[in-house]
Design a protein. Structure first.
Length: 241
């Protein structure tokens, strides 16, 4: 458990105003962690995220929640950190360690969802736009400017089209991943119907991955690696919330 605590690293942005703002948001939480007051640290980092979401604040929130014994909330926070920054090594290491301790699996991703994790979600939008403009520009500009046709122009157009099509697939994966969530409470009831008196199918563990299929009232219909059923809102959290 202490291994996770040692991974606490502050993320500070360059620039005077941004640096001052980040310091104001991080200082209370980090001070509380160093004092061993993890509930206060968790509350401070939560406020930091509400004002200025960042992978650093989410990693630190996960550390505080883990030390409070909230494994599901911690795993969700580290997954959200990876949503913002897929290359965040602290989130990756913490998730690997936490899942080993909690004995829960990582979510099962479709191939296009796995591809979408290579870059932050917004990057795929920009990459799709760049690929489209490269393809269109390589075909249209030579005609408009009356340039002599060449194999290089066609190669650029094909390359841009490939980038565009792959980025579209990755964007589909980003959208699909918004329905991936994690159990944040202990012994969450998975029920047959969306009612409190419904038959209990199983109890879900904190940090267990789920996929949202639909919602009705105060319930989500979800699929887990082992079963499908209904859970109450507030019992699971989703990576893009």
């Amino acid at each position: 458990m202490r291994r996770i605590f040692l991974l606490l690293i502050l993320m500070m942005d360059s620039g005077g105003q941004d640096r001052a703002l980040a310091e104001d948001l991080f200082t209370p939480g980090t001070g509380a962690i160093r004092a061993g007051d993890f509930p206060t640290a968790a509350a401070d980092f939560q406020r930091s995220i509400q004002q200025r979401p960042s992978s650093g604040a989410l990693v630190n929130l996960g550390i505080a929640e883990w030390q409070c014994g909230h494994a599901g909330v911690a795993i969700l926070a580290w997954e959200q950190a990876q949503w913002i920054d897929p290359s965040d090594a602290r989130a990756i290491q913490n998730l690997k360690f936490a899942r080993t301790v909690a004995q829960v699996d990582a979510p099962e991703l479709r191939w296009f969802e796995s591809a979408s994790t290579w870059l932050p979600p917004n990057a795929w939008v920009w990459l799709a736009g760049a690929g489209l403009w490269l393809a269109v520009g390589s075909l249209v500009l030579p005609r408009v400017l009356r340039w002599k046709k060449s194999g290089g122009q066609q190669t650029l157009a094909a390359f841009g089209l490939c980038i565009f099509l792959f980025s579209l697939t990755a964007n589909l994966g980003v959208v699909s991943r918004t329905d991936i969530g994690f159990v944040v409470r202990k012994n969450v009831a998975l029920r047959m119907t969306p009612t409190s008196g419904s038959e209990l199918l199983s109890a879900l563990s904190p940090g267990e991955p789920v996929r949202r299929l639909k919602s009705r009232g105060n319930y989500f219909f979800i699929r887990t690696p082992m079963a499908t059923g209904w859970v109450e809102r507030g019992q699971v959290g989703f990576i893009n919330e």
